[in-house]
Structure formats: structure tokens, C-alpha cells
Design a binder for this molecule. Structure first.
Ligand SMILES: [Zn+2]
Length: 59
């Protein structure tokens, strides 16, 4: 009966790790933004779009 508890605990731990990894990825992608003019992916620190050269607002 202990094995069942151990397996359940391992499964729960795996689910928690997966959720944490997904949340970490989402927060990572949230840093990059999309150019409002050409929809190219740009870095949050960029002042100009690398694709179309449009001036981007500072944050
Ligand atoms: Zn652009």
C-alpha cells in the first residue's frame, strides 16, 4: 500500500514541476513584444523595430 502513496506523490511532484516550467516559459515570452506596425517579434529594450525600423515607445 505504501507503493501507491509513493507513486501518487511522484505524480503530484511531476505535475507541479510541469506547471512551474510552463509558468516560467510564459513569463519569459512575456518579455518579448510584438511590433505594432509589422507584428515582428522585438525585444522589450529595443527602441527601434529590427524588421521595419519603426520607432518604439520606451517603457
Ligand atoms: Zn516593425
Amino acid at each position: 500500500m505504501m507503493i501507491v502513496a509513493v507513486i501518487a506523490a511522484v505524480l503530484v511532484a511531476l505535475i507541479v514541476v510541469t506547471v512551474v516550467l510552463v509558468l516560467a516559459r510564459r513569463s519569459g515570452t512575456a518579455r518579448s513584444k510584438i511590433c505594432p506596425y509589422c507584428n515582428a517579434r522585438i525585444q522589450s529594450g529595443d527602441r527601434y523595430c529590427n524588421n521595419c525600423g519603426a520607432h518604439l515607445k520606451d517603457e
